[in-house]
Design a protein around this ligand. Structure first.
Ligand SMILES: Nc1ncnc2c1ncn2[C@@H]1O[C@H](COP(=O)(O)OP(=O)(O)OP(=O)(O)O)[C@@H](O)[C@H]1O
Ligand SMILES: [Mg+2]
Length: 268
């Protein structure tokens, strides 16, 4: 479903040039749930932005559903959820969720039915008439998720969508996301700083190295589904998977720190 072949990405030019991504190869099959982790600045958001067609790679090619991604054109059936919730404060919850369908010119009755379904699914029945400022942070993030789900994406890109939430709200949303994924079977790519989150949710955890980044580890998470998001964290399988990834990720964090130190010293 998603193919990255020899992807490189540099920003700027001349002495200011930064090579964020060295060379990344990654194939993600239809219906897979893959997490990408790695040190800050290793190019995780850049990768999502390139898959979505927001940015062109400097080298290599990306395909989504067999078609090459063209800059400036979001691949068909792709949904993107940003780190910060993107609800519009001047629209109520129901109008926010129906926004994408309205842009697509769908009839009102269809939009209303879809919005009601989604609100029920996410435990927000009765909240359609409230405005974003009347919701908690977790509820707003849930509305963001529903806004994207309303258009039935086949591919979901999530950039640290739960980063700003407290642990309990986060775990409740993990449960909802897993249920949605089990029901609808989208291909999901999740960028996160939280290795617990990556192990709880995904089938594969991809560790990117410090820049110029490459894939340092592509780990298959050996925990069967369905997973109970609360108890899974206490299981031996969870610890084993965590340690296997941490072994590589921790090393990359250490290397990145050394890299920052040298970069700052040479800039001083
Ligand atoms: N528009 C841009 N112009 C110049 N440099 C950029 C731009 N966007 C990102 N970069 C640089 O590319 C590198 C990778 O950035 P990116 O945002 O992809 O990292 P990240 O892995 O998502 O980091 P974080 O975990 O902190 O979100 C960084 O060095 C960053 O400074
Ligand atoms: Mg980022």
């Amino acid at each position: 479903m998603i193919e990255l072949r020899g992807i490189g990405k540099s920003y700027g030019s001349g002495r200011e040039r930064i090579t964020a991504i060295g060379s990344v190869d990654l194939t993600i099959g239809a219906g897979e749930f893959v997490s990408i982790v790695g040190p800050s600045g290793c190019g995780k958001s850049t990768i999502l932005n390139m898959i979505a067609g927001f940015l062109p790679p400097t080298a290599g090619q990306i395909r989504v559903n067999g078609k090459p991604v063209v800059e400036g054109r979001v691949p068909e059936g792709l949904g993107y959820i940003f780190q910060k919730d993107t609800v519009l404060p001047w629209l109520d919850v129901a109008k926010n969720i129906g926004l994408g369908l309205r842009y697509r010119g769908r009839p009102k009755a269809e939009i209303d039915a879809k919005v009601t379904d989604l609100l029920n699914m996410a435990g927000l029945a009765g909240y359609g008439g409230l405005f974003p400022h009347q919701l908690s942070g977790g509820m707003r993030q849930r509305v963001s998720l529903l806004m994207t789900l309303a258009c039935d994406p086949k591919v979901l890109l999530l950039d640290e969508p739960f980063g700003a939430l407290d642990t309990h709200t986060k775990i409740v949303l993990h449960k909802e996301l897993l249920e949605i994924w089990r029901r609808l079977g989208q291909t999901i790519v999740l960028v996160t700083h939280d290795l617990d989150e990556a192990i709880t949710l995904s089938n594969r955890v991809v560790v990117l190295s410090s820049p110029p980044s490459r894939v340092a580890l592509d780990h298959e998470v050996t925990i069967p589904h369905p997973r109970d998001v609360f108890s899974v964290r206490e299981s031996d399988a969870f610890s084993r998977n965590f340690q296997a990834v941490w072994h590589v990720l921790g090393e990359e964090f250490r290397r990145n720190q050394a890299f920052d130190h040298v970069a700052h010293r040479s800039a001083a």
